[in-house]
Design a protein around this ligand. Structure first.
Ligand code: PLP
Ligand code: COI
Length: 364
């Protein structure tokens, strides 16, 4: 595909946006992913025309033919990032170019067209600008969900020739409803999220579909999240259903599994690595076995474990349940490093402290 100029956006504001008082009500305790803003972005793609018909308009259902490719072969990718309101009322995005880059990598893996990074970021900025009143005050944020689906009406198995890129937005509070101060995770023995050569490093809906039965098993065992082991040996801890994982040891070192194609390269993960290194902590990206996790928790060598991701932010893991028995990390509560890394990260994201790494992106 030759490089075509990015399309200009048509902007048609919603004629009847949610009234102020109703919006204020919905922002009080939005939970995660159930409240939506007034608008959405859509951009079409076809092999002949490239990206075209970029629009910001009212949020509305998408009508597709029942034979549309995405319904049958799951050619779909997405991203997740948040807009925050700082004390001066500005909207801040956190490292949106990283999401733009990962979206392109996911597109490549799913045989989809590559959206220019500048167009991805422009789409986010336009939606945040028009729906700025939906960014919650306080600890909340506006979760942005860019996604791309295959739209060709055809049942043959091949990459679609047409696509829809869209961005929707959802004001959110905490991802976890649980009253616990630390999460409980269930280590899945029977199900894998990703395997060598598969799509584990891509953010595609199919990975989440594959995780749902294991997540349901986690819930049935009284846990908040499922933790996956590697598919080949079922020995090495990889990540959770929707978060990366970190281990904190009594010698001050922290460790997270290296991303080798089966783990999502989290943007929060990368930020935590940078913050920890800047504190002078020893940081290792290397494999960690479930049995070492159990033994180190028992001996006290392992002090803290936490999950991290856009939706979850940084969340302590206190209890681990496995078919071979349960164990507790530390005293089962959030540890000090987990809390202080979360505070440092969220202060940067919300513009409350300096931005030494150039991560915040004010929406112009
Ligand atoms: N791993 C999985 C499977 C995820 O769904 C997510 C969430 O996006 C992450 C890790 C963390 O990625 P990020 O920090 O970029 O949100
Ligand atoms: C995110 O954190 O953005 C995700 O996509 C993970 C999902 C659990 C909501």
């Amino acid at each position: 595909m030759p490089h075509l100029p990015s399309p200009a956006f048509t902007i048609v504001p919603h004629p009847e946006p949610v009234p102020d008082a109703q919006r204020a009500d919905r922002l009080v305790d939005p939970g995660f992913g159930r409240v939506f803003t007034d608008h959405m972005v859509t951009i079409q793609y076809s092999a002949g025309r490239g990206w075209h018909d970029a629009a910001v308009g009212r949020r509305a259902p998408i009508t597709l033919d029942p034979a549309c490719a995405v319904f049958h072969y799951a050619q779909e990718i997405f991203e997740g990032l948040k807009a925050y309101r700082d004390d001066d009322g500005r909207a801040l995005l956190f490292r949106p170019m990283e999401n733009a880059r990962r979206f392109r990598q996911s597109a490549e893996r799913l045989a989809m067209p590559l959206l220019p990074e500048s167009l991805f970021v422009e789409a986010l900025e336009r939606l945040v600008r028009i729906d700025a009143a939906w960014i919650p005050e306080g600890d909340g944020s506006l979760y942005l969900r860019p996604f791309m689906i295959a739209t060709e009406t055809f049942l043959g198995v091949k990459p679609s020739s047409t696509y829809l890129f869209s961005v929707i937005a959802s004001p959110v509070g905490s991802y976890f409803r649980s009253a616990r101060s630390a999460l409980a995770v269930w280590v899945s023995q029977d199900y894998s999220r990703a395997g060598p050569g598969g799509t584990g490093a891509a953010k595609c809906g199919g990975n989440y579909a594959a995780s749902l039965l294991a997540q349901a098993e986690a819930i049935a065992h009284g846990c908040d999240q499922v933790a996956f082991l590697d598919a080949a040996e079922r020995r090495w801890v990889e990540e959770l259903g929707g978060m990366n994982i970190f281990f904190v040891f009594n010698d001050g070192a922290i460790r997270t599994p290296a991303v080798g194609g089966t783990i999502l390269r989290g943007i929060t993960r990368s930020a935590i690595l940078t913050l920890a290194r800047a504190r002078g902590l020893e940081v290792r990206e290397e494999p960690y076995a479930l049995e070492a996790w159990r033994e180190d928790a028992r001996s006290g060598r392992l002090r803290e474990v936490f999950a991290c991701g856009t939706a979850a932010v940084v969340a302590a893991i206190g209890q681990v349940r496995t078919p071979q028995g349960d164990f507790i990390v530390g005293d089962g509560q959030e540890g000090p490093l987990t809390g202080s890394l979360r505070a440092e990260l969220t202060d940067i994201q919300r513009g409350r402290s300096g931005d030494p790494h150039g991560w915040t992106h004010p929406v112009p």
